[in-house]
Write a protein that binds this ligand. Structure first.
Ligand code: FA5
Length: 340
């Protein structure tokens, strides 16, 4: 009988040098029905009890070593073949194939942001972004809302514990960041998500989207702001859409106004849950940039003037599609979302 250790060494060497085609025959040669080790195990009955035990255990041990080695070799051959395939294969990106999921679409609010952005771009505005987690300085201080000013109560939010950081309550910090980056003349919009710690109802949600707008140059007047916003609403909703400017107050603009659109649900007739029977729904806040804000970004407030506005995207989306409850946007009900 051949020495089992020698058989094992010989088998391991063959496995090492094998390829995918020869590996199976090596397995059969040593472990198959008539394989070398199988034969040894079959012949055990002709030995003494002592030899049976020793040879049996050596042969079984050899079998396990060879089986393990064959398994490792199979794995490494598989990897090798896969890498070879990847190296040689050219992927045809134009090839069409069956994709089991239907194509998605943009959320209606995102579609609206895209439409709004397109209108402002056509009116000469560039687009900027700002962070959703803001510092107290950008969200309040630089906007002329000092610590403990009552105006802060109007926009309660979620604070980051231990830091002077918060989830921004409006996109107005985007004005400050844009002015810090660029000298006048400047004409920019800043779309994005904002957060407020307030209860939801049909027109209010704690997370919503705004688009901020800002223009600063010499000789900009309130008339420029009114013309721009009328043009914007008419481009987005059609020239027969009625809007009105209503005097208001923001710490960062002076004078300030709010713009309302005639309620499309009751068509201005009143007796409506949405506009609370007033016939109008507020869509944005605006005004002439306060000199203190210009000073905070080191603009010369004697030379430059500017206007700013911040509009609510969900409200405009509700108008566009005739949706009467803002909460529908965020319930993730596919029956609702698939309509857009
Ligand atoms: C502001 O956020 C000001 N930063 C806007 C501004 C910018 C004024 C620049 C002057 C100059 P206000 O809180 O009114 O203002 O919000 C602006 C718009 O966001 C509202 O007209 C409304 O359309 C929308 N909005 C406000 N709160 C909510 C809410 N909880 N859910 C949905 N939309 C809201």
């Amino acid at each position: 009988m051949k020495d089992i250790r020698q058989i094992t060494t010989e088998a391991l060497k063959k496995v090492k040098d094998s390829d995918a085609l020869t590996l199976e025959s090596i397995k059969a040669e040593y472990l198959g029905k008539d394989g070398v080790l199988t034969q040894i195990l079959k012949s055990l009955s002709s030995y003494s009890i002592e030899d049976k035990k020793r040879i049996g255990s050596e042969a079984n041990n050899a079998k396990s070593i060879i089986v393990a080695e064959i398994k490792n070799k199979k794995e490494s051959l598989k990897k090798f073949l896969f890498n070879e395939k990847m190296r040689n294969e050219k992927f045809d990106y134009s090839e069409s194939f069956y994709f089991p999921f239907s194509k998605g679409s943009f959320h209606p609010v995102i579609q609206m942001i895209n439409d709004i952005t397109a209108v402002f771009k056509s009116l000469g505005f560039s687009v900027a972004e700002g962070p959703e987690v803001e510092t107290d300085w950008y969200n309040f201080e630089a906007l002329n809302i000092p610590d403990s000013h009552p105006a802060r109560d109007m926009q309660n939010t979620f604070y980051v514990e231990g830091m002077k950081a918060l989830l921004r309550t409006h996109t107005s910090p985007g004005q400050i960041r844009a002015m810090e980056k660029h000298k006048p003349p400047i004409k920019v919009i800043v779309p994005g998500k904002v957060y407020r710690n307030e209860a939801s109802d049909a027109m209010h949600f704690s997370t919503f989207h705004q688009v901020e707008g800002l223009a600063v140059d010499e000789n900009i007047t309130f008339v420029d702001l009114m013309t721009l916003l009328s043009d914007f609403v008419h481009k987005l909703f059609g020239s027969d859409t009625n809007i009105r400017f209503r005097p208001s107050h923001f710490q960062f603009t002076e004078p300030s106004a709010e713009v309302d659109m005639q309620c499309i649900f009751c068509k201005g007739k009143g007796r409506c849950r949405l506009c609370k029977s007033s016939s109008w729904i507020e869509i944005l806040g605006c005004g002439m940039v306060h000199p203190n804000v210009l000073k905070a970004v080191h603009y010369d407030s004697r030379k430059y003037t500017g206007y700013a506005f911040g509009l609510g995207v969900e409200r405009l989306t509700m108008f566009k599609y005739g949706i009467d409850d803002i909460r529908l946007f965020y319930e993730n009900d596919l029956r609702f979302l698939k309509q857009f």
